[in-house]
Design a protein around this ligand. Structure first.
Ligand SMILES: *Cc1c(COP(=O)(O)O)cnc(C)c1O
Length: 380
């Protein structure tokens, strides 16, 4: 049996091939390659789909974070409260504008920032909170917004792993002052290259991000800011417009796969494997399917030998990253995040995954954990 991959982007392209090829051909024939009509249409559809007034396409999710922070006026001397368990870019963007990330620990059940720990991290320099909807699980936005309101802080949502996720039927990205999305190929809505987007309800903020993505110029004559080149191209936008039509059924498929993982693990009985949980009201979109086990390294090694691809998201909590050593954090300060980084393992998860593959992954987990799987009961 061939290796079971963590994601299968090639398989997805084969299913969409004629639509994607036609979209690419349309862009080539029109010969408008950067910030053209496809980008405008994608901005329109993303804003409408996620319930915000404005959307501004940029070159990556990292830029979407950085330009949001900058457009909100966050810079040197400011502090931004965020989570230590996330992809490096969440903090890198804060550092890039000259501000300081201030970490608070996670809720160990959902892996996202624990709002009950935020207020004790607020100082006179705190300007914003940057919650990350990690793995596709929405943060507790009502609690975070209440704290932000009390302390007059801005809220920038990192939605890179959570396109389409919702909390009490409200889409992530529509809660805060600004939200950053990533179109990195393996994300739930992924391009065939880099891309990102800022969503906001604030017209002034959207206009500022538009300035910042294009050399600080609105008319290509005058340059009002020293900014950067952070544009999305029409080829990526055209591909994303095809894929956006499938996003919600793909997310539903990811959720069904998560449920099938749960049922299969319960059926074969793997007591030591903790499965992802959903907080009440959370519409988790399972960008990653992250389990935790005490003997993670052994399990990962065994699964590799058994032909199941896995990955660790992430091996280092950000406060222990070498590039952030200057912040002065030490081991032991965020015990839940630290323990998670030692126990988490991402199993294969993508819309095109099948029930059979999930059952194979689970029985190999059982085998790898040194137990003998009972004969699978027949499921129709
Ligand atoms: C992927 C990701 C980013 C960065 O997005 P890019 O498009 O790769 O720049 C930021 N934050 C999180 C949580 C991510 O997963």
């Amino acid at each position: 049996m061939p290796r079971i991959p963590l994601v299968d982007l090639g398989g997805q392209y084969q299913q969409l091939k004629s639509d994607i090829n036609a979209a690419i051909q349309r862009v080539l024939d029109r010969a408008h390659y950067i910030l053209g009509p496809e980008v405008q249409e994608l901005e329109r559809q993303m804003a409408r789909d996620n319930g915000t007034a404005h959307a501004v396409a940029v070159a990556s999710g990292t830029d979407a974070l950085e330009l949001s922070l900058r457009a909100l006026g966050i810079g040197p001397g400011d502090e931004v409260i965020t989570t230590p368990l996330t992809f490096f870019a969440s903090s890198e963007a804060i550092m890039a504008v000259g501000a300081r990330p201030v970490f608070v620990d996670i809720d160990p059940a959902s892996y996202v920032i624990d709002p009950s720990l935020i207020e004790s991290a607020i100082t006179p320099r705190t300007k914003a909170i940057l919650p990350v909807h990690l793995y596709g699980h929405p943060c507790d936005m009502p609690a975070i917004l209440a704290i932000a309101k009390r302390h007059r802080l801005k809220v920038i949502e990192d939605c890179a792993q959570a396109t389409g996720a919702a909390l009490h039927d409200q889409r992530v990205g529509s809660f805060g002052d600004a939200a950053a999305f990533s179109f990195y190929p393996s994300k739930n809505l992924g391009a065939y290259g880099d891309g990102g987007m800022v969503l906001t309800n604030d017209a002034r903020l959207a206009a500022e991000v538009r300035l910042l993505r294009f050399h600080g110029s609105r008319d290509r004559i005058h340059h009002e800011r020293i900014a950067k080149n952070s544009r999305l191209d029409d080829l990526q936008a055209a591909i994303l417009l095809v894929k956006l039509q499938h996003l919600h059924s793909w997310n539903a498929a990811r959720r069904a796969h998560a449920e099938h993982y749960r049922q299969t693990v319960e059926r074969v009985g793997i007591g030591e494997m903790e499965l992802p949980q959903e907080r009440p009201g959370a519409y988790h979109v399972y960008h990653l399917y992250v389990v935790r086990v005490p003997n993670r390294s052994a399990l990962q090694q065994q699964l590799t030998e058994l032909g199941v691809s896995t990955q660790i998201h992430y091996e280092l909590p950000l406060h222990l990253e070498p590039a952030l050593a200057s912040l002065g954090y030490r081991q032991g300060q965020f015990p839940h995040a630290e323990r998670a980084t030692q126990e988490i393992l991402s199993l294969p998860m993508y819309p095109e995954l099948t029930s059979e593959l999930i059952e194979t992954v689970v029985s190999r987990c059982k085998e790898a954990l040194g137990q003998v799987a009972p004969q699978p009961t027949h499921t129709g």
